[in-house]
Design a protein around this ligand. Structure first.
Ligand code: SF4
Length: 368
């Protein structure tokens, strides 16, 4: 919710109150609950949320006798119903189902509101026509066995890796993925090019599972550094291609490259499963850590131009400016070469029409 401050003022002005806080600010869940309660029934209340917030909100409401599940207005995130022997569950990631004995039953459409009772489920408000599902779900956020819109996360990553391999000319000794999401992309790359996959990095899993979880950047950086352990036996004297889901600030990648050089790497080539991130996300809080200024692309543009300008040209892979920006990022990170995914190839790998996907991070497109 990018307009949470505005909504806080609105409620306080109308003599509303908040009982909880979230890192010193009002709790977004409480703001949503207040918006739901402004109306007389759940459907009208959820529609009120859709109308008043800027950003996106998928929610589940528990009542004594039913569950109400609502997917955000443009379906940027997901809500999926699972079924087991007449019981129902709802999850945002379908990887929650196999080990709890559920099968995927129904994908809610964008803005759809569904009521679930012990007898079954029924739509209270049908799905809207427009969809802008986050393409990053497949590239990075999603867990490999999950499906969104019936499309499996790891299969998309294999296709992303294969698309990069198709365009590549480097002949490395092996390919490796930066855990976790880089692994699927790297397997796809290696399978396509017939290059062996090796684990130059292993993830020390007893620490944090995903580095974007801690809210403070310093802690995220520390976690990211501690959890990846390079294996010198694989690295020394070797030319390698690494696959990663994306480059946000590039800090982690820069550290990784320094580790690899220290372990005796001969050549380090990075291949990125999505295009350069040029625009920050305004819609999902799991990526709110990205501030525009910190993006590796914006830093490179500033180095080249002295200011952030010509963003559209820099986002165009056929332009000279794009080539110079990628070279500058590679230089900043200390790697031998860098290649990003083509947006068209990414869309093809996901296999949904472009107009149904949010690709705002890369091309600035999309709407609230
Ligand atoms: S801007 Fe990027 S991260 Fe945000 S919803 Fe769109 S594709 Fe996903």
């Amino acid at each position: 919710m990018v307009n949470i401050d505005e909504l806080e003022k609105y409620f306080l002005h109308n003599k509303g109150h908040f009982t909880e806080n979230f890192q010193g600010n009002v709790n977004p869940t409480e703001v949503v609950a207040n918006l739901v309660c402004e109306e007389n029934d759940f459907v009208a209340g959820i529609e009120n949320v859709y109308d008043k917030i800027k950003g996106s909100c998928t929610m589940v409401i528990l009542t004594p006798d039913r569950i109400i599940a609502a997917r955000d207005k443009l379906g940027r995130t997901t809500a999926i119903i699972g079924k087991k022997d007449g019981a129902f569950a709802v999850a945002s990631e379908t990887c929650a189902f196999p080990n709890t004995g559920y099968d995927i039953e129904y994908y809610l459409g964008p803005g759809e509101i569904v009521e679930i009772t012990p007898k079954g489920y029924r739509t209270l408000k049908p799905a809207g026509e427009k969809m802008q599902i986050c393409a990053f779900l497949w590239v990075y956020y999603g867990y490999p066995p999950s499906y969104y819109e019936g499309i499996n996360v790891d299969e998309v990553r294999y296709r992303c890796g294969a698309a990069l391999a198709k365009r590549d000319t480097v002949k490395p000794d092996f390919v490796c993925g930066i855990p976790d999401s880089g692994v699927g992309h790297a397997i796809g790359y290696g399978n396509f090019n017939g290059i062996p996959y090796k684990r130059a990095y292993s993830k020390y899993t007893p620490t944090w599972p995903r580095s974007f979880m801690p809210q403070h950047q310093d802690m995220r950086d520390l976690v990211a550094k501690m959890k990846l352990i390079p294996n010198k036996a694989m690295i020394e004297g070797k030319c390698m291609v690494f696959l990663d889901d994306s480059i946000v600030r590039g800090t982690q990648l820069k550290d990784n490259t320094a580790d690899l050089r220290q372990a005796g790497a001969k050549e380090v080539h990075m291949r990125i499963a999505c295009p350069p991130l040029t625009f920050p996300c305004n819609y999902l809080n799991f990526s709110q850590s990205r501030s525009t200024m910190e993006l590796a692309t914006r830093k490179a543009i500033k180095q080249l131009e002295g200011e952030e300008t010509h963003l559209e040209e820099y986002a165009d892979p056929s332009s000279e400016k794009y080539r110079a920006m990628v070279e500058q990022i590679a230089k900043n990170l200390g790697i031998d070469s860098l290649m990003y995914q083509d947006l068209g190839d990414l869309i093809e790998a996901i296999r949904l029409p472009k107009e149904k996907l949010c690709t705002h991070c890369w091309d600035g497109s999309g709407y609230f």
